[in-house]
Write a protein that binds this ligand. Structure first.
Ligand code: BJW
Ligand code: ZN
Length: 262
């Protein structure tokens, strides 16, 4: 949780206020103030001995599907219990300004697999890395909407072992996998194309709460900056995208975004 109202330079406020097309590029820090651990800080509780970057891989799924399913099941419930924070709500407010007179477009391109932008009232144009709430068959790709995709089932032996056996596909009997893009997997072509278009048309890009180290996602704000689009970073810490940012606001999303919008 971050507190205090940050000072936003007048130039930044004016850039956002004057923009007809704002593209938001969000990462895990966007949801940190909702109590959702960031990707690289997610080793808490039962998961403290596991490396997220290792679990989020096709190799981990092949080696131990119950471990991977248990991890995403835990995270899906954590997100279900979380609520959008003041940063998500500020973006929803920003998207409604000018609505009806075609003056402003707000495009959200997110690396996040949660649904907190949507629950705040902002449609997400592109979920680059998939969703916690769209599991599918690992064999035939059929979407899975069975009873324990989204239920409150506790992991088996949850006191000591976070593993949970994945459900099986009703069509082919294959194991159901999370609808997530793992390291080494291609991003969905349609999500990527929508994201590229959102960056191509932007008057300003807001980079919120990302370490900026995962590609090809991080190349989107890099390319926007290279073509002269102002890039405003909101992150309490420096990131790999700081060097391409026109301005960096060193504050959390839940304090900086309301200050930027008001
Ligand atoms: C706050 C805050 C507050 C805290 N307010 N902020 C080029 C070079 C090198 C490597 C590659 C390359 N191109 C591709 C690769 C390989 C790889 C990659 O990028 N690796 C790097 C790690 C080196 N990329 C891939 O494999 C991608 N696929 C691909 O390239 O396909 C083509 C291909 C296929 C096959 C062969 C060859 C090419 C797929 C990437 C999929 C990423 N998936 C994950 C996991 C799934 C989702 C999940 O489980 O959650 O997505 S990884 C993980 O990182 C997750 C995130 O979406 C993503 C980004 O992380 P994010 O959001 O930035 O979170 P954190 O935790 O890193 O940072 C949080 C930030 O918030 C910090 O900066 C804090 O300071 C800040 N913060 N509190 C604001 N209150
Ligand atoms: Zn199947």
């Amino acid at each position: 949780m971050t507190t205090g109202t940050p000072t936003i330079p007048d130039e930044v406020v004016a850039t956002v206020a004057d923009a007809g097309w704002i593209t938001v590029f969000s990462g895990a820090g966007m949801s940190a103030d909702s109590g959702v651990p960031t990707f690289r800080d997610a080793q808490t509780g039962l998961w403290e001995n596991f490396d997220p970057a290792t679990i989020a891989s096709p190799e981990a799924w092949d080696a131990d599907p119950a471990l991977v399913w248990g991890w995403y099941h835990w995270r899906a419930h954590l997100v279900r219990d979380a609520r959008p924070n003041a940063g998500h709500l500020a973006l929803a407010e920003l998207s409604s300004v000018g609505a009806g007179d075609d003056e402003r477009a707000l495009m959200v391109v997110t690396q996040n697999v949660d649904d907190l932008h949507e629950r705040a009232g902002t449609p997400v144009l592109s979920h680059l890395h998939g969703s916690l709430f769209a599991p599918r068959c690992s064999v035939c790709d059929t979407p899975y909407d069975g009873p324990d995709a989204d239920s409150a089932v506790e992991p088996e032996g949850s006191k000591h072992d976070p593993r949970l056996t994945p459900p099986t596909c009703a069509v082919c009997g294959g194991a159901v996998r999370p609808g997530i893009v793992w390291f080494g997997e291609h991003l969905p072509a349609d999500a990527w194309e929508r994201a590229e278009n959102a960056f191509r048309g932007a008057d300003v890009v807001l980079v919120v709460g990302t370490s900026g180290i995962v590609y090809p996602a991080a190349s989107l704000p890099e390319r926007a900056a290279a073509s002269g689009v102002p890039v405003i970073e909101i992150n309490p810490e420096p990131s790999a995208l700081t060097e391409v940012a026109t301005h960096s606001i060193r504050a959390g999303a839940a304090t900086a975004l309301p200050a930027l919008v008001d």
